[in-house]
Design a protein around this ligand. Structure first.
Ligand SMILES: NC(=O)C1=CN([C@@H]2O[C@H](COP(=O)(O)OP(=O)(O)OC[C@H]3O[C@@H](n4cnc5c(N)ncnc54)[C@H](O)[C@@H]3O)[C@@H](O)[C@H]2O)[C@@H](O)CC1
Ligand SMILES: [K+]
Length: 515
């Protein structure tokens, strides 16, 4: 794999970054030389953001090496002709940071411990804290940050917006609301946590050539992957073999819909259609059959006996079709919580299984962990935060440290879990994580999850036949779904991507990526 691809899919915690940094320094790289190199790259990027115009720039300097980076940037921007004012509130600075401060002062740059001196800046550069921030912010820094946030100026954070926890993305008291974040070296986990997003703005990675051997040495047992276009496309069932047939390209059974939630079945079906799955069967209450046939003429629609309230009462598969003959089964969208016997039946089956929506609510009432532990085939759950909490009531913090929560849930249950969110996170029982780094709030809409379930299950049905690792397929589905939302929102705004429209963008994502 090429370096750029490897780096863009790697995520580290603060402790891992510190370990990697220590290896580089132990190998002989002088600390000041690395800071000079990194700050040079940051300066270059800042010039691109501010379009090389001469500006009044305010620089926030902390006591550690994040502050050191900021001071080198300040010096370089000053020498390039920008007007620089520095806010440096700490009395005691790390040695290297202190030297840089002394030098910029000698150049005649104004350094102040009052934030108000920065009020006339066109841009702010935030070098207060990087991955060394460990405890809650106190005065006067907290108030200074709040003041800056009230100014709403374009603000570029070095490494991570100051005040965010590098791993959890938690706001430690208060935090800079950046418009740009220039993450240094390797992606920090905190930047991929939902709760950090409103502080980050646009984020970019600045690769400063950390040797891959050092990264691999430190990350050997924990693996948190950032899903990229490259990783997503590599798990697609493309190209198809020249000689194949529909059942070789996966046979998916969707169990979905009720009189009350007819649309869920259609959207799940359309998501599955977009996956390219070879053969699609959809079990719905008998009443819905004509509707589904009209919407998905290529699918085999199985009308099932229904309860008085219009829920599937019994799975009635066609003659000669056994439940264990499918490549994958997906159950949940629109089935209502009355369909518990059907969920129990498919859980006992040995096909790979995707459970979503009311399927998850039923699973929660059965006791998710103990039920899933008994399963003999792979299970994929696709909860949003509310469903996750119902499934795993003993795991705290699903809202806050989502990554840790989903990792724990997968380990406990033995299932692969996709926790939906602005940064959807996927965990497998071995503790590996995949995070989807790009998405759009356009997807926060009823029915969008049904589309994902269909797409994911359709990919899984194909991947199972080709022995693609399931978690890779799940990651690909999350990426594909989000990209369709992004393209849709670009063309139609964030208000224009209803779930049905979303399904039209799905094929476009792949055709523009691979053709
Ligand atoms: N990892 C690397 O290879 C490189 C790291 N560099 C920079 O170094 C940074 C990390 O530097 P440091 O380890 O010095 O850490 P930071 O600069 O992030 O900050 C740590 C400093 O802040 C103080 N501090 C922590 N929490 C505080 C709080 N709540 N209130 C007040 N003070 C607090 C600490 O005592 C320490 O002096 C990175 O974020 C990056 O900007 C770059 O210079 C180049 C290379
Ligand atoms: K910072």
């Amino acid at each position: 794999m090429q370096r750029q691809q490897y780096i863009s899919q790697t995520i580290v915690t603060a402790a891992q970054m510190r370990e990697i940094e220590a290896r580089i320094f132990a190998a002989g790289m002088p600390v000041p030389a690395l800071m000079e190199k990194v700050a040079g790259l940051i300066t270059h990027k800042i010039n691109q953001i501010i379009k090389n115009k001469h500006n009044q720039i305010g620089i926030l300097v902390g006591s550690g090496h994040n502050g050191g980076d900021a001071l080198v940037v300040a010096r370089e921007l000053f020498l390039q002709g920008h007007k620089i004012t520095i806010y440096s509130p700490f009395e005691k600075l790390k040695e290297l940071t202190s030297q840089h401060q002394q030098y910029v002062q000698s150049l005649g740059i104004n350094i102040s411990n009052s934030i108000n001196t920065l009020q006339n800046s066109d841009y702010l550069i935030d070098g207060l804290f990087g991955f060394g921030l460990e405890r809650n912010l106190t005065e006067p820094i907290a108030s200074a940050i709040n003041t800056i946030n009230e100014w709403s100026k374009p603000t570029i954070s070095i490494d991570i917006p100051s005040g965010l926890h590098t791993d959890t993305g938690e706001v430690l008291g208060t935090a800079i609301r950046a418009t740009h974040t220039l993450c240094l070296g390797l992606w920090k986990l905190g930047l991929l946590q939902d709760r950090a997003l409103e502080y980050i703005g646009t984020s970019e990675l600045i690769d400063f050539d950390i040797p891959r051997a050092d990264i691999e040495a430190v990350l050997s047992d924990t693996k948190i992957h950032r899903i990229t276009k490259h990783t997503a496309l590599s798990a697609l069932p493309l190209p198809r073999p020249a000689v194949t047939h529909k059942y070789k390209e996966g046979h998916l059974l969707l169990i979905c819909g009720s009189q009350r939630y007819a649309g869920g079945a259609i959207l799940t079906g359309l998501g599955a259609r977009a996956s390219g799955v070879g053969m699609l069967s959809i079990a719905v209450p008998e009443y819905l059959k004509p509707l589904l046939v009209a919407q998905l003429p290529e699918a085999l629609i199985i009308g099932c006996p229904e309860t008085e309230t219009g829920t599937i009462a019994q799975l009635k598969l066609p003659a000669n079709t056994r439940l264990d003959s499918f490549s994958t089964i997906a159950i949940g969208p629109g089935i209502t919580t009355e369909a518990a016997p059907i969920v129990e039946q498919v859980l006992e089956n040995t096909d790979p299984l995707v459970i979503d929506a009311d399927g998850l609510n039923i699973l929660a009432t059965m006791g998710a962990v103990k039920t899933l532990q008994k399963r003999k085939a792979p299970t994929v759950l696709t909860p949003h935060t509310g469903e996750f909490k119902r499934l795993f009531p003993d795991i705290p913090d699903a809202q806050n440290n989502r990554i840790e929560a989903v990792q724990t849930a997968a380990k406990q249950s033995g299932a692969i879990i996709l926790l939906k969110g602005a940064r959807t996170a996927i965990a497998n029982p071995q503790g590996n994580i995949w995070i989807n780094p790009d998405s759009t709030p356009a997807l926060a809409r009823g029915g969008s999850g049904d589309v994902l379930t269909g797409l994911l299950a359709g990919l899984l049905a194909q991947g199972i036949n080709k022995s693609t690792p399931i978690e890779q397929t799940v990651a690909t589905a999350a990426w594909w779904h989000a990209q369709a939302g992004i393209i849709g929102a670009e063309e139609r705004t964030e208000l224009g991507v209803d779930a049905h429209t979303l399904t039209h963008y799905l094929p476009l994502v792949i055709s523009t990526s691979v053709l």
